[in-house]
Design a protein. Structure first.
Length: 211
């Protein structure tokens, strides 16, 4: 009886390629919900009328961009992929590709009577998307053999720091009950931190690999 051929594992590079494509599509879809000025409209007044959609677009585009940087950094620490990590990554991609819906909802309702529910929907969607990164890091901490040797301490630190996203968006969701614009402002503040903060996951672009 012939020996069964070994199953070749999915490489981190292949998983990253799929993720890059889905994240890029999600970011591109955001602008489709912003209405351009019509032929009979004054350009600047029409664009001003669209400021809620433009603001929601700008914040969410940066959030998706930060998610891409974080994802890039995370998988540069990964040596091989197991089945749970594969499905955790699929869950993360599902939440990121969902973000155009709450973004469009917030942009359409930010000045209306349903601004509060729209802002809660938006911030909770962001919370769920950011939570997947904590789950990814947690799995890598539990399965350190998936990581490059020098990345194991890095993974523990990254898991702890990644909690800022879910906690920050939970605060934004509470603020949304009273001030939808304030919730969007808190989301924007988190974006600024994730870009310039020294301890922010997206601020670290080095590889934590050992020999």
């Amino acid at each position: 009886m012939d020996a069964q051929a070994p199953v070749e594992p999915i490489s981190p590079a292949r998983l990253q390629a799929l993720s890059d494509g889905i994240i890029a599509i999600a970011a591109t879809l955001l602008i489709l919900e912003v209405k351009p000025p019509g032929a009979e409209e004054r350009v600047w007044s029409a664009l001003w009328h669209e400021w809620p959609s433009l603001a929601a677009y700008a914040v969410t585009f940066l959030i998706i961009g930060i998610a891409w940087v974080h994802h890039h950094n995370l998988f540069h620490q990964v040596r091989r992929v197991d089945r749970p990590l594969l499905f955790l990554n699929i869950g993360m991609l599902a939440t990121v590709s969902f973000l155009p819906l709450p973004t469009a909802t917030l942009g359409n309702h930010l000045r209306g009577d349903d601004a509060g529910p729209a802002a809660v929907f938006y911030t909770l969607s962001m919370l769920l998307a950011s939570l997947w990164f904590t789950l990814l890091w947690h799995h890598l901490c539990r399965r350190p053999e998936l990581l490059h040797t020098g990345a194991r301490e890095h993974a523990r630190n990254a898991r702890r720091h990644s909690l800022l996203g879910p906690v920050g968006y939970a605060v934004a969701a509470l603020i949304a009950l009273f001030s939808p614009v304030g919730a969007l402002a808190v989301s924007a503040a988190l974006v600024v931190y994730f870009i310039v903060g020294r301890r922010a996951p997206a601020a670290r672009t080095h590889l934590a690999r050992g020999a």
